[in-house]
Each structure stands twice: as C-alpha cells, then as structure tokens.
Design a protein around this ligand. Sequence first.
Ligand code: SF4
Length: 391
Amino acid sequence: MTSRSPLADLVAKAEGIYRDYRLSAVREWKTRTGGLAIGYLPIYVPCELLHAQGVLPVGLMGARDDLEIIKGDAYYQSYICHIPRSTIELGLNGSLDGLDGVLFPAICDVIRNLSGMWQMLFPGKLVRYLDVPQNFDAEIGGRFYRQQLEELSSALTSIGARPLNNEALARSIGVYNTLRRAVRDLYTLRRQAPWTVPTSELYLILRASLVIPVEDAIAMLTVYSALAEAADDRRPLDQARVLLTGSFCEQPPIGLIRTLERSGCYIVDDDFVQIHRFIESDVETNGDPLDNLVRAFLTDAIASPTRYIDTNAKGAHLVRRIRASGAEGVVFCAPSFCDPALLDQPMMTAAVDRERIPWTAFKYSENTGQFQVIREQAGTFADSIKLWSEP
Ligand code: SF4
C-alpha cells in the first residue's frame, strides 16, 4: 500500500473542509471556544472587525454541485444565478445552524433580496445587510462606511460579542495582513511556476481558509506553499497561460477548474475567493484602526464589478493584471445571470481587444455537471494561443 504525500494529505484535508457544507469545522470551533460564528456572503466583509470582537467569520459561497436543491428553487425565479437558491437550501436544511448570524454585503440585488428573505426565515439570528459606499471621498463615502462598521460592531456586541477596542482591532488587522500576504505569495508562486501550484489545489486551500480560524488559514497556506514549492515531481507542460475573470461570487464547480487545466490552460490569475485579495496591500496598523479599514476600502480595493468606478479604469485594471501575470489570453468565466459580471464584460472585452489579447467566454452554474463542451472550447482556445499568438 502506498501512502499519500504530506502535500496530497493537505489538499485532501482542504477538500474535505470545502465539501463539508454542514460546517463541522465551525461547529467544533464553537464547542471549543464558546464564541460566536457569523457567516458572510461574497465578496468582501471586514473580517478584522469580527476577529477583534472574538467572532469567527465564516465565508459562504453556495453549495457547489453536491446538493440537490429542493426548496431553494421555490424562492427564486428561474432567470437568476444559482447561489441564492443553494444558500436558502443550506439554511432550510439546517446546514448553517451553527452560525449565529449572516452578513450580506451590498454587491447586487440578488444578495440584497436574500438578506430580506433571511430576516424572515431566521428571525432569531443576526442578519445584516452591509451597505458599502459607491462614493470614495473620505468625507462622504468614508464617513458613511465608518458608520456602517460602527453599527455592525454594535450589532455583534448586542448578541454577545466582545465590545470593540482599538488595540484588538489593530492586532486583528495585523493578522489579516499576514493572511493577505500569504495569499499574495501563493499567487506569485503560481504566476512564476504554474505547474507547481495547480489552480485546482490552490482553490481548495482558499475555500478551506474561509471557514477555519484565520490563524489556521495562514498556517495552511504557508505549509501548502512550502510543500508545493518543494515537490520535485511537478514539471512544466506546454500549456497556455490564461487569466480567468468573472468568477468572484458564485463559484464554478471544482470539476470545471480541473477541466480547464486538463484542456491545456495554466490559470495564472483569477477572481476566485476574492476576499483575501479585495484589499490589494497591507492595511495600516498605526493610527485609528477603524479609519484604517475605511481608508483601505476607499483607496486600495480592487476594481471589482461591484464597485462603481470609471469604465476605462476597470478595463485598465484588467489589462494590468494580464500584463503582471504574463497571461497569454483571457477566459471570461462568469455565473449564468450574474449581472455585475456580465454587465462589465463588454467593457472588459473592449479593453482586451484594444490590446490585441485573445479571449474566450462561457458561463457556468455552481452545479454545472457537464464539462465536455467547455473542455473543447478551452482546449481550442489554448491551442490557438500556442499556434498563432505572436511570441
Ligand atoms: S452570482 Fe452575481 S448576480 Fe448572483 S448573487 Fe453573486 S454577484 Fe449577484
């Protein structure tokens, strides 16, 4: 009998956490610590604030392709994305009972409506719609966002969390800076040697990191990075380097990511599990920590489709990412009916066309089960890059 390598063991552990939609890791943490656990929908919430108040932030990203949707479909019309249906299903079947509440960041109408449904379905739990500014002036959007954070903090205290204090928040910002750096380092390693860090593995590590304490997530990322870098059985293949964009909220099934890799693509940048990269650099730890969180959101957040920023700036940001990652092509890979992703796509493709960068596009749902068509499309795209792109 051959034993698995420590690297394979770690990836298997991450996949186990990713597939466990009953959130056993969260339930265990609550039993051990007696603390509160608060879920949050994509893309970004200030986890530092929750951490500083002793609360476990738990990232929710739907139910993947493992769960039969029985009741969730009844709550939504057919022409919207899938993630709200599976989230409702998880709520109704008791999978999320371990959570003391859920935060719904303001990213689209679907998430906003889901927050209203959650309020009606789970009246005993904390439910907050986290409004975020679309004006990035410190005096306008900044004041507004600070008030939102203060209200969120008070709401957490009202259900038993520790009151917020500046020292604890500054420490938590430091911890999350370490997490962000670990993720950035892993993305850099993948960019430099994508055969070392297959995206299908990186993705599982990132998904696991959403539901375990941040300190454990940092350790998992660091160990994975060291093991992957040291793996001497991983050799480069003649694959096309692609940037994948559009998958920032509802996530594709892991089978789709593996299909893209098997079809001849190295994914060298992506939008998966974006919360750890939503703020692009370290958040300041000196000075008023709440102001520091606000400033980071206003001035250092990515050009997400969920932020109202100048059209050209969005295309420019994508082109910068393509250049920085050395991608030879772009795969626009968005959930079906995702308004923020699909409304941005024409601006993005125009920017990419201006730079004469090849691209292809398709849509998915988190429970997409057939990948043959995507494999043929992605494989043809990868071949065309290899055969016809200018060196
Ligand atoms: S997948 Fe798109 S439309 Fe659906 S909830 Fe997420 S951001 Fe909104």
